[in-house]
Design a protein around this ligand. Sequence first.
Ligand SMILES: [Zn+2]
Length: 306
Amino acid sequence: MHAMNHVSHLDLASQESHRRFALPPVHLFWGGEPPNQRIYYYHYLLLFNEIKNRPKRDLPALTTQEWRSILGNTYWKKQWPQNDGNNLSAFDPNVFWKYGGTLLFGDERSADVTAGRYNPTSQLSCRCGVQLATADDTDIRQVVLYYLNSFHVYEEIREMERHQFPTTFEKRWKDQKLLVNEVVEMCNPSGGGVNPDFFCNEKVWGSWVQAVRGVVADWNGFEHWDWGSFSGVRTMGINELSGPDCHRFTVRLLAFFIHSFVTRLGYYPSPLLRPPTLAAHSCTDHAKKFGNALIALPFPSSSRQS
Ligand SMILES: [Zn+2]
């Protein structure tokens, strides 16, 4: 009998490299050299809708290396016609996507892009065009990372749901995704807007915790999790808990959430809690002009009635 009771770091590392991501891993944007980072943000903003809608189009998730090559110029350069000393086909970084790319677009759309039948570029939410300089704006970078994290949370939970409920997933997800949107948006459910006091407002906080519980309540192991002094956790009235109890319960709930990902999908999930924002990808002029509450949040299923 083998007495090994620990896992080699090397095993973990090699497993991790096989992970595929529905969306570009967040760390790619803060790793690397500044000139590369700039190109990454530029490509992300310019191809925003294409990247964000890939999972909805059921295109396969990509490895870190594949995402890196798409966010940079590497992948696109390979799509361009090989130039035999002919300057006309020299790579142009402003229209890097011009010759398509099946890895990002899928076969059919890639052919449409190459033929000039489909324009894959996105505008900022203020409808201004994306410039390379836009990618240097630290406010925009912050907004990009904020929402990218939210999109990851959404896709990770979807992956978990598909994993745990393979036969009923499609039906379940119709309801679940509404709860997931509540969790990632961290908005005030009664007012619909962002509550700057999110973490201090007990009612808003309680509703958020309730949405998280709704997401995970049917997940494997929920019933047997160590809930400490709490009982009847599935139906417990969260808004009736005292403030400190609500926070204690939150910690146990988040621990269950993380544990589920680590044990079932083999990775640590993207963080659920960030200071909420409604800021949009808008240029400096329009960010000033409209403040930051002008957008429809970029979630496909989010119905934001005012
Ligand atoms: Zn603008």
